[in-house]
Ligand binder design. Structure first.
Ligand SMILES: [Zn+2]
Length: 120
């Protein structure tokens, strides 16, 4: 269950950002996850809720943006969808190829709610 360690790293990153915005509350965390990461979105959601329960991040919404895996053939330059880490070019049949997307695991953005404590 590597989702739990992903969530722990994500929460660390969120806290690094929120420490620069004192008083602001996070409402949404957007995460981009590549298909080759083999992360189960529902399980990631579950881990996130569990890890943030009873913390200041409780109730924060996690939005997961899936990124399909694609590779580019080194021979004919065609780009194609890949299902796993074994790439075969549908154009020329060459094996290998260069992964161009699908390995992402990155925090895209944080939506901060309005700070409730207004300074006059
Ligand atoms: Zn090819």
């Amino acid at each position: 269950m590597h989702e739990m360690s992903i969530v722990a790293a994500l929460i660390d990153e969120v806290r690094q950002h929120t420490s620069k915005h004192p008083g602001a509350r996070v409402s949404v965390v957007r995460l981009r996850v590549g298909a080759l990461r083999q992360v189960i979105p529902e399980w990631l959601q579950f881990c996130f809720v569990t890890a943030t329960r009873d913390t200041d991040l409780a109730g924060v919404e996690l939005e997961i943006e899936p990124v399909p895996a694609r590779a580019r053939c080194r021979l004919c330059q065609r780009t194609f969808a890949v299902e796993d880490s074994w790439f075969e070019c549908p154009g020329c049949g060459a094996l290998g190829g260069e992964l161009i997307q699908g390995n992402e695991l990155e925090l895209v953005s944080l939506v901060l709610a309005e700070a409730t404590c207004a300074r006059q």
